[in-house]
Write a protein that binds this ligand. Structure first.
Ligand SMILES: *[C@@H]1O[C@H](CO)[C@@H](O)[C@H](O)[C@H]1NC(C)=O
Length: 206
C-alpha cells in the first residue's frame, strides 16, 4: 500500500515536470523554429532543406553565430551539405569511394561565411551564423543510410540550438503538415515530401 502511494507520488511528479517543461517551450518572447523540409528521396536516403527562423522580436543571434546539433537514431550519415557544414567529420573509415561529409552520430552544424562562393550557396545561407529577428538561416543536407519512404525514414532527435552567450531549450521533433511552395510566377504549387519541426526558446544568458 505504501509503495503504491509512493509510486503515485512519483507519477504525479513526473507528469508535473513534463507539463512544466513543455509549458516552458511556449514563450511570449517568441521562439526559434527549426524546420526540415524533405525535398527528394535518394537511393539511400533523402535531401532536405533545413531552416531556422528567428521568431523573437527582440533577440538577435550575433557573430560568431548559431550552432545546431541533433542525434541520429540509426546509422545515418551526411553525404553532403550546401550552405553550412559540420564541425567534425568523425570516423568514415568503413566507406570506400564516396566519403561522407560526416559519419558522426550527433553532428554539430555551423553556418558558412558570407564570402562563400555563389555556386556553394543556397537561398538564406551563409550569414556567418548571424540571425536577426524576423529572418531565417537555411542549409541543404543530403542524408544517407536513412529510410527512403515516409514510413521508414526516422526523424533526427534531441535538437540543441546554441548562440553566443544565449542558452536555448528545444522541444521534441514533430512531424507536421508538409510545407507548400509556390513558384515565382504563382502558377504552380509543390509540396515537401514530409516536414518536421522543432521549437526552441530562449532559456537564459550564459
Ligand atoms: C513560435 O513562434 C511562431 C511565430 O510567432 C508562432 O506562430 C508559434 O506558435 C510559436 N510556437 C510556439 C510553440 O510557441
Amino acid at each position: 500500500m505504501e509503495s503504491l502511494f509512493s509510486a503515485m507520488i512519483v507519477l504525479l511528479l513526473v507528469s508535473f515536470s513534463c507539463f512544466t517543461s513543455s509549458e516552458a517551450l511556449t514563450s511570449s518572447n517568441g521562439n526559434i523554429t527549426i524546420k526540415w523540409d524533405l525535398m527528394t528521396w535518394t537511393p539511400d536516403g533523402y535531401v532536405a532543406v533545413v531552416s531556422a527562423y528567428n521568431y523573437q522580436k527582440q533577440r538577435s543571434i550575433p557573430s560568431p553565430g548559431w550552432k545546431m546539433s541533433w542525434g541520429w537514431t540509426r546509422k545515418e550519415v551526411i553525404w553532403s551539405m550546401v550552405g553550412a557544414r559540420t564541425t567534425k567529420q568523425g570516423d568514415c573509415s568503413m566507406f570506400k569511394g564516396n566519403i561522407p561529409h560526416s559519419c558522426i552520430n550527433k553532428p554539430t552544424v555551423v553556418d558558412l561565411p558570407p564570402k562563400t562562393p555563389y555556386n556553394q550557396q543556397i537561398a538564406n545561407c551563409c550569414k556567418g551564423g548571424v540571425l536577426k529577428p524576423g529572418l531565417e538561416s537555411a542549409f541543404q543536407i543530403s542524408v544517407g543510410k536513412a529510410g527512403t519512404t515516409v514510413k521508414t525514414v526516422r526523424m533526427p532527435v534531441n535538437f540543441m540550438f546554441t548562440a553566443p552567450k544565449q542558452q536555448y531549450l528545444c522541444g521534441p521533433t514533430k512531424n507536421v503538415r508538409p510545407t507548400t511552395f509556390i513558384s515565382a510566377d504563382k502558377r504552380r504549387m509543390t509540396r515537401a515530401l514530409m516536414t518536421w519541426n522543432i521549437i526552441c526558446v530562449f532559456n537564459k544568458a550564459t
